[in-house]
Design a protein around this ligand. Structure first.
Ligand code: BES
Ligand code: ZN
Ligand code: ZN
Length: 503
């Protein structure tokens, strides 16, 4: 995708050259001055007339009319240099790439050095642009019989810089991998439930395993019955579709130790079961495998980047349906851990499938657990739809996840989780736990329930019910699935430092 050239960008033959502008002066300086001269002062003239702006995210297209080998210049306003941050830069790139895509240009050049500021180095700018390219131009193709025109994507981008380096090439690669892996997760989440069953999800994971040499295990219903995965299987009872417990392992260290367990809720459609969702609440529940998609996206990035870490991904995949055999409120079930659960609400199914997945990850050596799930509507009420809710039993592990989320620019906010909360989850006359202690603080109740199965293992819970999808288009995404947490998880794994246990 990217070619790095140590050349004067204005002298290259390109259909379009993308240039950053900030703090626009009356008269140009540096490389833009050279450009202005080549265009006989046309740029200065444009600035004077207010036709060329450095306002953030404002795009200005300037045809060169044969005066330059480059046919068109696309100026990207970056605002005031001092106010430009890394996330804002990514956004600006997003707008520029959307424009190039709209023009149906298969290739473009970009003057990298014009995006560098005092605080944003060249490698950062390279990373930002390579991640923004796939993110901003993503669309879900859908299933319309007649699409107007086949989508045209940018196939090649030439990155011009005064001084080339290995780090720039590497940053371009990493950013692109993370962006593409996020898009893979988006596509999984956008796919409807009839076309993405647990079996389909397992087939997808199997393809990933082939491609990246992961160890793969798909547990079938019979094996799970033998093992005693009563919590996961309970959710599948009403379904025509067989459940799959999908397990991918990546070993990047000599020994299978310091293993990170990534556990993703893979409910391919959530009707609520007998605690049926209302007709408005049920629409959109194809996205209830968002956690699974985040984990699979992260695994794709891990497979590409091959960090020196050990990772086990566990995805309980099923839909949550109704039939004569389905799970009912009041039922008591026994989880793989041995803990019994009183089911008070069949719509609180995510925590049930995650319970056994967490235990299974632990049994397979996970020393650290991160679960990701579209778990509760409560988290949306609490934090809105742009913040992922977190719970943890371990400060130091949470710090590392938070650090990665800053880098990925994915907002995480930690919810309190107290002994009193645990009491509510453990309050049942007939079982060890109940799966729905009531509306109060129910994002905490949901996450806390999952934490019961982490037990003493350091654990972070990420509730993405609000962040897995977005209503409208943004600079770095289209309406629908966001692929949230793919980049946070991948960056977390990459930078992970094992934490010495206190004991
Ligand atoms: N899949 C839902 C959570 C959800 C809600 C995801 C909205 C995305 C958007 C989950 O299984 C669920 O139904 N949770 C219930 C739990 C309640 C019954 C304790 C909820 O949040 O209402
Ligand atoms: Zn539910
Ligand atoms: Zn659900």
């Amino acid at each position: 995708m990217f070619k790095v050239l140590q050349l004067n960008p204005f002298e290259s033959e390109q259909a379009c050259l993308i240039i950053g502008v900030k703090d626009l002066p009356k008269k140009f300086g540096g490389s833009l001055e050279v450009l202005d001269d080549m265009l006989s002062g046309a740029l200065t003239e444009m600035v004077k007339n207010g036709e060329l702006s450095a306002k953030r995210n404002v795009l200005t297209s300037v045809p060169t009319l044969g005066k330059l080998p480059v046919r068109r210049l696309l100026f990207v306003g970056l605002g005031k240099e001092k106010q430009l941050t890394f996330p804002l830069l990514k956004e600006a790139f997003g707008f520029a790439f959307k424009q190039i895509k709209e023009w149906k240009l298969p290739s473009a050049g970009i003057a990298l050095d014009t995006f560098v500021t005092e605080t944003i180095q060249k490698v950062d700018a390279a990373f930002a642009l390579s991640e923004a390219l796939p993110l901003s131009t993503y669309t879900f193709p859908g299933y319309k019989q007649q699409s107007n025109e086949p989508e045209k994507f940018i196939e090649k981008m030439t990155v011009f810089t005064e001084a080339m380096s290995e780090e720039i090439t590497e940053a371009l690669h990493t950013g692109f991998v993370l962006g593409k892996a996020t898009n893979s997760a988006r596509t999984l989440v956008n796919t409807p439930g009839n076309l993405l069953t647990a079996t389909d999800l397992a087939a997808y994971a199997s393809k990933l395993a082939d491609q990246y040499k992961f160890q793969l295990e798909i547990l079938e219903k019979e094996e799970m019955e033998k093992l005693g995965m009563g919590a996961f299987l309970a959710v599948n009872k009403g379904s025509e579709q067989p459940p799959k417990m999908i397990v991918l392992s990546y070993q990047g260290k000599q020994e299978w130790q310091d293993v990170i367990g990534l556990v993703g809720k893979g409910v391919t459609f959530d009707t609520g079961g007998y605690s049926l969702k209302p007709k408005d609440g049920i629409v959109g529940m194809k996205t209830d495998m968002g956690g699974a998609a985040s984990v699979l996206g992260a695994m794709e990035a891990i497979g590409e980047l091959r960090p020196e870490q050990n990772v086990i991904a566990v995805i309980p995949a099923t839909d949550n349906m109704i039939s004569g055999a389905a799970l009912k409120p009041d039922d008591v079930i026994t989880s793989l851990s041995g803990k019994t659960i009183e089911v008070l609400n069949t719509d609180a199914e995510g925590r049930l499938v995650l319970a056994d997945a967490m235990t299974y990850a632990k049994q397979h050596g996970a020393n650290y657990l991160i679960d990701v799930a579209t778990l509760t509507g409560g988290v949306i009420v609490a934090l809105g739809s742009d913040k992922t809710g977190a719970l943890t039993n371990h400060e130091a592990l949470f710090e590392q996840v938070l650090e990665a989320s800053f880098e990925a620019d994915e907002f995480i906010w930690r919810l309190p989780y107290t002994e009193k909360d645990k009491e509510r989850i453990r309050n049942s006359r007939v079982a060890d736990l109940n799966n729905s202690p009531g509306r109060e603080g129910h994002a905490i109740m949901g996450g806390g329930f999952v934490g019961e199965f982490a037990e003493e293992t350091p654990w972070v819970h990420l509730d993405i019910a609000g962040t897995a999808v977005q209503k409208g288009e943004t600079a770095l995404g289209s309406a629908g699935a966001t692929g949230v947490m793919v980049r946070t998880l991948a960056l977390f794994v990459d930078a992970f430092e094992p934490i010495p246990s206190k004991k």
